[in-house]
Design a protein around this ligand. Structure first.
Ligand SMILES: [Cu+2]
Length: 160
């Protein structure tokens, strides 16, 4: 099943991080080789001038549910799980998130791990370093089956 996801998501896998490296191994990642995706690229969270703490709740909400960043800005996201359920923060376009959510529904046990997502256990915090290289509207969603559909989605407005 992982294979199926990879086949579908292959265009979105930054080469340098495609082999199961965890956030803890970030120092070993060559971010200069991170693939440019339609919604930006993986970036070293230590280079971020801005940290955005995003709380995730069992009410199926992100807080904040909306933020504005400047094009080119590197953001260090710290998703914090305030609930009792597993939640995740996945960055992407609305189209990609919807497709991915469908896939998760079809294959609930599916493992997925990419630099633009963080799975966060109850009471824990994760980290995503991301550079928004394109202006436009992008999103973050929780793709645990049922959560996205319940409205667990937030918006990133990237201004030029
Ligand atoms: Cu969730």
């Amino acid at each position: 099943m992982k294979r199926l996801l990879l086949a579908i998501a292959v265009a979105y896998v930054p080469v340098a991080m495609a082999h199961g490296e965890k956030p803890g191994a970030a120092s070993a990642v060559d971010y200069s080789k991170a693939e440019e995706l339609p919604f930006g690229r993986a970036a070293d969270p230590r280079q971020a001038k801005r940290t955005v703490r995003v709380e995730m709740s069992d009410q199926m909400r992100f807080a904040p549910a909306e933020l504005t960043v400047k094009r080119g800005e590197i953001v260090r996201f710290v998703p914090v799980n305030k609930g009792k359920l597993l939640h995740e923060m996945v960055l992407g376009s609305m189209d990609e998130l919807k497709k991915h959510a469908e896939l998760m529904k079809k294959y609930p046990g599916m493992e997925h791990d990419e630099p633009y997502m963080a799975h966060v256990a109850p009471g824990k915090a994760g980290e995503i370093g991301w550079q928004f290289t394109q202006a436009g509207e992008f999103f973050y969603g929780c793709l645990i089956p049922g959560h996205f559909e319940a409205g667990m989605v937030g918006k990133v407005r990237v201004v030029p």
